[in-house]
Design a protein around this ligand. Structure first.
Ligand SMILES: Cc1cc2nc3c(=O)[nH]c(=O)nc-3n(C[C@H](O)[C@H](O)[C@H](O)COP(=O)(O)OP(=O)(O)OC[C@H]3O[C@@H](n4cnc5c(N)ncnc54)[C@H](O)[C@@H]3O)c2cc1C
Length: 466
């Protein structure tokens, strides 16, 4: 297998495939809006979409530093699924039933995205094949069974557990000893979705200014080098890039995730792999992998790589380290040995937002009109849609157009979290955490023990991730 010809960066394979969109005009000067949205990813664009649909006369402006979809929304693994970061903590804080409501809302969100994309004629290569997560070792299998029972306790009664043989009937992953499958997931092409969304909201009358970095957000103001947008509501939808805004260096940690994509695989090779259901595919490792079979029959596979850059820095247009490309390629071959001679066409990375307590949040501060959503910790494709509908409802409630709704009363709304430690503690902490997870994964791979490695348990406790 060769990585010599692998394109590294260039935002992502999804844009190499789809083409980068024609640029929109930057902000021409000072202006006003009813709602100003900072960031043109899924969170910002879905929010613009639902607000405009609810109140068509609203004057909405989206300010985007580069182009819509430049961030994680144009680079992710294309898992549209029902996972939400922080559910266990929300259950502890608000009770089990509240967390079940949150989970049900996430289950429904998968269908909401699929249905809305279809209604708006956004062709994002969506395939509703569910999510298949596999175990490779006794420890992973024990974790998988626990995970399966917990999901059922949170109302996902349609989830199934499969043994090694049944798993192999779906996809031949070397060494797989079991799996769990849920119907609440779909595969999609991330850039096609975000591009389609941007075009859709623009057609609805939302103003989008690209190449317009916001330097500071303050009540009723979004400040840029080209002028200021004044609006009663200013919404921060910048997820992994939030640390770049004045006053937010320690709000959410920009965590890296990296991906590779193979050349299209020939039918004969697919015969050795199976995966006809095109489920999104993951594993139960602590430094887990995620993968999809693309519409044009490639394998796109991601994992952690270098978890975090000092000082909350982000990558250079998606470039990732050659060592990360090699590590992901090795992982691919370990999963599917028959891909050993396959070309890796593209590799890239991106950042996702991690709050100090690993809990996704959506907030509208009614005293200032400032709102935000994010901290999805790698499960943002569907969660951003739920956040957007919630921001719509919170704004409608605040402006007296509606009362509380099923969404505004979900336990992740207006959740407060402390900030990350200053450097160098932040860097040291995250690198120590992922070193611990990698060690735990190595030990579990060769251990006959069924329990989760104690190093990983300690890392979960210390990091606040558990
Ligand atoms: C490699 C990778 C794989 C992933 N895989 C999955 C997956 O398979 N499934 C899943 O559920 N989640 C996944 N995620 C997470 C998911 O993609 C994100 O949580 C989600 O896309 C976040 O959307 P967003 O709109 O909040 O943020 P982004 O998509 O990051 O959008 C933020 C936007 O804000 C802009 N911006 C930043 N700063 C400023 C500023 N100062 N002024 C103006 N604009 C600004 C950026 O340019 C960007 O376009 C993955 C993430 C990565 C990086």
């Amino acid at each position: 297998m060769s990585t010599v010809s692998t394109v590294n960066g260039g935002i992502s394979f999804w844009y190499a495939d789809e083409g980068t969109p024609a640029p929109r005009e930057p902000l021409p000067g000072d202006t006003t809006a009813d709602v100003c949205i900072v960031g043109g990813g899924y969170t910002g664009l879905w929010t613009a979409y639902y607000l405009k649909k609810a109140v068509p006369f609203l004057n909405i402006t989206v300010l985007e530093a580069r182009f819509c979809g430049y961030g994680a929304s144009g680079r992710n693994g294309g898992w549209l699924y029902n996972g939400i970061a922080g559910r266990a903590r929300y259950a502890r804080l608000h009770g089990h039933d509240a967390a079940v409501r949150l989970q049900k809302a996430m289950n429904d969100t998968v269908g909401e995205v699929i249905g809305t994309a279809a209604a708006e004629n956004i062709d994002a290569d969506i395939h509703h094949g569910g999510v298949l997560e596999i175990a490779h070792s006794p420890a992973q299998l024990a974790r998988l069974k626990d995970f399966h029972s917990v999901e059922i306790a949170f109302g996902e009664t349609d989830r199934v557990l499969r043994g090694a043989r049944e798993t192999a009937e779906r996809v031949h992953v070397t060494g797989a000893v079991g799996s769990t499958w849920t119907p609440h997931g779909a595969r999609l092409h991330p850039a096609k979705l975000v591009k389609g969304l941007a075009d859709t909201v623009e057609a609805l009358g939302v103003t989008i200014h690209e190449s317009t970095p916001v330097t500071e957000i303050k009540p009723k103001h979004a400040v840029t080098p080209y002028g200021t947008v004044r609006a009663p509501y200013v919404l921060r939808c910048t997820e992994g890039f939030t640390a770049g805004l004045k006053g937010h260096r320690r709000t959410w940690l920009p965590m890296n995730s990296s991906m590779i994509v193979t050349e299209p695989l020939p039918e004969a090779l697919w015969d050795t792999i199976g995966w006809d259901g095109r489920e999104t595919l993951g594993d139960m490792a602590h430094a887990y992998m995620y993968a999809q079979r693309t519409a044009d029959n490639r394998i796109a596979l991601g994992g952690r790589g270098v978890p975090y850059r000092y000082g909350s820095a982000t990558d250079n247009d998606g470039r990732t380290r050659p060592a990360t490309i090699e590590a992901l390629r090795d992982l691919l071959v370990r999963f599917f040995p028959t891909t050993a001679g396959t070309r890796i066409d593209h590799a890239w990375s991106g950042v996702l937002g991690v709050p100090r307590d690993w809990c996704a949040t959506v907030t509208l501060d009614r005293s200032t009109g400032l709102g935000w959503a994010g901290g999805y910790v790698g499960s943002g494709v569907a969660t951003a849609n739920l956040a957007a509908r919630t921001l719509r409802d919170l704004i409608q409630q605040d402006s007296g157009q509606a009362g509380p709704t099923d969404l505004t009363t979900l336990p992740w709304v207006n959740h407060k979290v402390r900030r990350w430690e200053p450097e160098p503690l932040r860097w040291l902490g995250v690198h120590a955490l992922y070193a611990a997870y990698r060690t735990a994964d190595r030990r579990e791979a060769t251990s006959p023990q069924a329990g989760t490695d104690r190093i990983a348990k300690a890392a979960d406790r210390i990091s606040g991730r558990g």
